[in-house]
Design a protein around this ligand. Structure first.
Ligand SMILES: [Zn+2]
Length: 592
């Protein structure tokens, strides 16, 4: 039995939750006012038989004892595991086996931290940094802000950082590996960042992973940052995530801006739930990271074409989040930095008025078109239908079509027909696969989850195709954590580096079982569908139990609207799964 299973076996979720929340009995289950959102009537339930919890109110989430402690305490899985293991009296293997890559990473964090300190000191005290200081005071940044963001200045020299860090015992090789030095054609090395305002970049745990740098003269490019290194990957990075995480969690809302300045100005004015995307394209990894803090994403991207392109990818991200993304529409030619500095109240208003990103996209696509004109209508359909077709959820699809009908004044039914035609023409392009039956040994507590992980571990290239797969579909926190870490790392060596050693045992046992080759994509599609079905059915059962408990206790006067709506929604989703299953059986996709 794995350590995680042992902890689960020894602890009772009711006792653990009771440490944080006052539970009252409701039939065989327990209820309380949800600790994660403000509410008057209890919609938070704990189910002792399933050892699970669920909030049927604003949160709409649930899980097992680990996910509860993670959410309640704002902890990573590893921390929650150690806390609960201690309560259960179970010993957890520690991070003893640190392999070289892990040491290398730590060393790079240290190099970057030392460099950040050096740059910061330069900014505060060096006579050469006058221009940088003037620039910051021109922006009205306070001393507290400069300290909180550890802003810095890189001297106009080829050797100053290099010399400073070498004196502190860092090798030239390490400095090159960190991206702080560059190698020149003649094989020598020199400082990468010169005469620039420096923005240290941290990961969610507060490690310094790299730098952003702004020119203080006419040097091009105006903004540059660290190259890709073992610890810095722009596409997975969110500037200020370490500072913003508590506010994001608390307000259950995250605002994504484009620039360092936007972020810093926002924080200085008390908008602490703001992070920057490190470029215009929001990536799947960034969305997955943010989803752990809040599902409510707001985008404030400059209203240029690049920003608009970013909006177009958002339907994909709404699938990941299972929630609507909102667009903050900025006045033409202004970025969040301008707006907030002019009038923080105005920014507040823009955030409150943010519109669903799909509405924004439709508006954007219809601008300049004459929808009485057949040619323009076709043009719009060609652009918008492929975007809308990406919706993985019938409720959301229906919502999108409704928005489209409203904005374009073309009937809903007509849009539905156009979408159906599009789907048919695309489906016929797919080739039906041959079925293949192999029994899967039911050795594990959740064969379906484990089978899915085996597929992904044996074929990490499939991770790019697993977009419909939500972490919530894994009921077991252990499996869920492996999946999330795999999403973030995407290959086995870095999975091993990043995964809690207590979970590696589970990965190894999964890897020990082979996956039969062939039709791998179909296998993945099929298992995702089954996991989704399992997830929806579980929710339905929990909802039925909560429904019964509330009805018995409070009679017909109880406010069951929310539960009812949820039920209708999940029935529709289940219906969709059954339909998809029917289709895949006909086309010969089997689960093995
Ligand atoms: Zn809640």
């Amino acid at each position: 039995m794995s350590v995680v299973d042992e902890v689960k076996q020894k602890l009772d979720i009711v006792e653990v939750v009771s440490q944080y929340v006052t539970l009252t009995k409701a039939g065989r289950n327990f209820k309380a006012r949800c600790p994660f959102h403000e509410e008057r009537t209890p919609s938070f339930f704990v189910f002792p038989e399933r050892q699970s919890w669920h909030c049927f109110g604003a949160c709409g989430t649930g899980g097992d004892v680990f996910s509860f402690v993670m959410k309640q305490q704002g902890m990573e899985f590893s921390e929650a595991l150690r806390l609960l293991a201690q309560q259960a009296g179970v010993t957890v293997p520690s991070h003893i086996e640190r392999d070289t890559r892990k040491d290398e990473r730590e060393r790079l964090h240290q190099v970057n931290e030392a460099a950040a300190k050096f740059f910061h000191e330069q900014l505060l005290h060096s006579p050469a940094a006058t221009r940088a200081r003037d620039y910051l005071s021109g922006r009205a940044f306070t001393a507290d802000t400069v300290t909180a963001f550890q802003l810095g200045y890189s001297p106009d020299s080829y050797e100053s950082l290099k010399g400073h860090l070498q004196e502190r015992g860092f090798s030239e090789k390490e400095l090159v590996g960190s991206g702080l030095l560059v190698e020149t054609d003649d094989g020598k090395t020199r400082d990468r960042f010169r005469n620039r305002l420096m923005f240290p970049i941290h990961d969610a745990r507060g490690h310094t992973t790299g730098f952003g740098a702004r020119a203080l003269d006419d040097s091009m490019p105006k903004y540059t940052n660290s190259p890709q290194t073992l610890v810095f990957d722009k596409s997975g990075t969110l500037y200020a995530i370490d500072l913003a995480a508590p506010a994001i969690r608390k307000q259950d809302r995250v605002i994504i801006v484009e620039g360092y300045m936007d972020t810093i100005t926002a924080h200085q004015n008390g908008f602490n739930n703001v992070v920057a995307s490190m470029g215009t394209a929001i990536t799947e990894r960034q969305v997955t990271t943010l989803k752990r803090l809040s599902k409510n994403l707001f985008l404030a991207l400059d209203a240029d074409t690049a920003g608009e392109e970013a909006m177009l990818r958002c339907v994909d991200y709404e699938n990941i989040l299972d929630a609507e993304i909102r667009a903050i529409v900025l006045p033409a030619g202004k970025d969040p930095d301008d707006v907030i500095r002019e009038d923080p109240q105005k920014w507040h208003g823009l955030v409150e008025d943010a519109m669903p990103v799909i509405d924004y996209t439709i508006n954007m696509k219809t601008t300049g078109l004459d929808l009485n004109n057949a040619g323009d209508k076709t043009r719009l359909a060609n652009e918008i239908i492929p975007i809308i077709d990406k919706a993985k959820d019938t409720i959301r699809l229906d919502h999108y079509l409704g928005r489209l009908a409203k904005v374009t004044k073309i009937r809903y039914n007509d849009w539905e027909k156009i979408l159906q035609n599009y789907k048919i023409s695309h489906r016929s392009k797919r080739v039906a696969g041959k079925s293949e039956v192999t029994p899967v040994a039911k050795l594990f507590s959740n064969p379906l989850e484990e089978y899915c992980l085996r597929l992904l571990l044996h074929h990490p290239e499939l991770i790019n195709m697993s977009e419909g797969l939500q972490p919530e579909y894994f009921r077991d926190s252990q499996n869920r954590e492996i999946f999330i870490t795999l999403l973030q790392t995407r290959d086995l060596p870095s999975l091993k580096d990043n995964l809690d050693p207590a979970l590696w045992e589970q990965v190894e046992s999964l890897m020990a079982l082979n996956v039969i080759d062939g039709q791998i994509n179909n296998k993945l599609d099929s298992v995702i569908l089954r996991l989704r079905k399992q997830y929806l059915q579980d929710q339905k059962e929990e909802r039925a139990a909560a429904f019964a408990a509330v009805a018995v206790e409070e009679g017909t006067g109880a406010d069951l609207t929310n539960l009812n709506d949820e039920d209708i929604k999940s029935n529709a989703q289940l219906q969709q799964v059954f339909e998809q299953e029917g289709k895949s059986h006909r086309s010969g996709k089997g689960w093995t």
